[in-house]
Design a protein around this ligand. Sequence first.
Ligand SMILES: [Zn+2]
Length: 620
Amino acid sequence: MRAWVLGLFVILASHPFAPAANPEPSLERIKKDIDFLAGEECEGRGLKTQGILKAGDYIATAFQDSGLKPAFKEGYFQKFTVSGRGKLGTPNTLVLKTGDVETELKIKDEFTATGASGAGKKSTGLVFVGYGITSAEAKYDDYAGMDVKGKTVVILRRTPKADDKKSPFEQTGDDSLASLTSKIQNAIAHGAVGILFVSDRGTAAKSDPLMEADRTSGSFFDGPVFHVKRTVIDELTKAKKDKTLAEIEEAIDIDLKPFSFACQGVTAETEVTITRDMLPTRNVVGVCEGAGPFADETIVLGAHYDHLGRGESGSLATKDAKDKTHFGADDNGSGTSGLLELARRYGKMKNRQGRRIVFVAFSGEEQGLFGSIHYCKEPPFPLEKTRFMINMDMIGRMVGVEQKMGDGLPKKDRLVVYGTGTTAGLDKLVDDANKSFDFKLFKIAGGTGPSDHSSFYAKKIPVLFFFTGTHKDYHKPTDTPDKINIAGLKKVADFVQVFADYYTTTEETVAYLKTKGGGEDPTDTTPRSSAGRGGPRIGIMPGNYGEIDGGVLVGGVTEGGAAEKAGIKEDDVIVSIGGLPVKNIETYMAAMSGQKIGTEVDVIVLRKDKKVTVKVIPTK
Ligand SMILES: [Zn+2]
């Protein structure tokens, strides 16, 4: 946890948490909502289904019954369009022209077009911009001094010194610098109109495979986003700088100084043929007005209600299960039910003093946070007066976790809370509120992450995001209502209410704080070796956390993973890998980093107090 200065002394809400006199009606209502939203009738709430319309209508009716007002003249719905994944047609062409010499590149052999491309023809100058990275933290900018407005840029994949753990790009802890999406966004920010990606030395070490057309999604560009073979760019760099591409990469690595240059006299002529589904959908927005001096200010409570339908983009189901209904009970029938429960509680309060609460059930989240981005673009109440946002996404799988293995103490309910560093005093507020809930909290300061709060944090609004953890049914048809911990879900809703109460009534200034991170998942349960991404792993999910010295409890095994194949079972305790003792996650990771992908290793587990040796072949 990041250390930060508390500017304010924060006291707990003037409405301390008081459990409802009779919690039973809550549990019944929540179960009814989940059963409907994640039932057959709603068809997995995919953007291409009729079921999402039924879900939207259900939510609007529930808002109305709760006493919430519609946010718009037309009613509760905020309509918008989600652009789907691109389908490439023909032709897609790339011609590099130097003077009178024209080189038409061969599609599939020398280049491919990615689905992030935008349709149309272009003829532009060409600029080599190294890795296409601008990072203040790494003190590195490939675009420094370069004019790329209206040009096509050539961008290397990954980062300088990508395999060096001590590289400043690693130390920023922001692995998104290497992502194609952030490189595309950075190119757009600098005014480029076309991108030619080229694999870096490491990625192309053995061969130089071209990316699949659907490699990127969610980022849309106004021009070509092509992937070009290194041999093509090599000719360019040799002609312009008398250096091979590898020599340029080497030069950048030596002192981490960019090596960007305009390819004088070279024109890139491109044509892209691509179609994209435009899917209409709706946010559902209900309003609970407050009263008193803060009545014209807003806090937003949100949860996305869309899911993957019958295996829309984002499904993790195996091929044969892909077109089955993805019920999305936890993701995010659970958060939506929590939202409806809070709407019912606030909706019936008479003359509630404090800020307005806007309840938003977002759509388009799974395809790229489209609903929350749209809300922030066209908010029914100004964002300048929106003080706080609370998001619930996947709050239906509360599990008990041990504090310390073998301590004999009862397990505590696990809850992940993101955004605790996004305004002063919030971290302490969360801890104070937890005194009456006794969750095993995993607090993460950052406000950026893979759900809708991220869109609000990007608008400099402090956020909290609640999550009970990932599981093996994530984004699969098996995420069904029977697996939801209803009492756990209600407990999260009760906890959320403490913060909603606080931020609707506080007289303190609630100022945005910039924090790093938020994308990490402490419950992502497939620890890798300390070699990090791509290092050897065996596919287990630890069932215990914190300071443990009795080994690593297997909370579950990844389907089809190395551990499952080797016969490691849930509730086994791993105590040794390859002769090295495993006492906790740290020693587990250390032992794993000594292993090789594809090379068998002896793993000793305790199974019902008996030592069993299994032979495991770690995978990537
Ligand atoms: Zn999801």
